[in-house]
Design a protein around this ligand. Structure first.
Ligand code: ITT
Length: 190
């Protein structure tokens, strides 16, 4: 069966495709001009909104990911506004480093909510993953996307941008959300 991957973010798309590769679903990309306004107050609400609307609009099953970075010292900001924090990845990173300039508490977490909708829009599966880490004072590494160069994982002594996609996926918010979701996704297909 056909599954529309409902994202316009190329970094996210690469990771989603890797997780879904052996799921047995035939993947297709959402039309570029089909954009859903993210009016929800939670990651889960926005993931459901995107999956549901794209499923309805395309007449296919759809999967959406809503994710972001929550910084403890900023009371969870930028959170669901992580994409809207600034125009480009480097501007988003620069803004966050500015906001944390004099802050000693660098604790933060990435959150990823995933939702799957049937062709008429009903949500059938949801999953969420969290990964704790620290915000560095300067970017490190060239891999990944988004806030990856400033997100440091103590246990591995690496930023997300210094990890291979496989290593990042073994501990990341998205990796955890997809690992929980995949067995159920395979079940729906058959
Ligand atoms: P779609 O809604 O089209 O999927 P988007 O980029 O707008 O794309 P979100 O609204 O979910 O997606 O925003 C996610 C933000 O959080 C965005 O700025 C990402 O760069 C960032 N983000 C999410 N997961 C990340 C990860 O694994 N590494 C780095 N940054 C991440």
């Amino acid at each position: 069966k056909l599954l529309v991957v409902a994202t316009g973010n190329p970094g996210k798309l690469r990771e989603m495709q890797a997780y879904l590769k052996n799921s047995g679903w035939e993947l297709t990309l959402k039309p570029e001009d089909l954009e859903i306004e993210e009016t929800g107050e939670t990651f889960a609400a926005n993931a459901c909104l995107k999956a549901s609307q794209i499923a309805k609009a395309t007449g296919n099953w759809a999967i959406a990911d809503d994710s972001g970075l929550q910084v403890d010292a900023l009371n969870g900001a930028p959170g669901v506004y992580s994409a809207r924090y600034a125009k480009t990845d480097s501007e988003r990173i620069a803004r966050l480093l500015r906001e944390l300039d004099n802050e000693v508490n660098r604790q933060a977490q990435f959150v990823c909510a995933v939702a799957i909708a049937r062709p008429h829009g009903a949500i059938v599966l949801q999953s969420e993953g969290i990964c704790r880490g620290e915000i560095l004072r300067a970017p490190r590494g060239n891999g990944g996307f988004g806030y990856d160069p400033i997100f440091y994982v103590q246990e591995l002594q690496l930023t997300f941008a210094e990890m291979t996609r496989e290593l990042k996926g073994s501990i990341s918010h998205r990796g955890k959300a997809f690992t929980a979701l995949l067995p159920q996704l395979e079940k729906i297909k058959s």
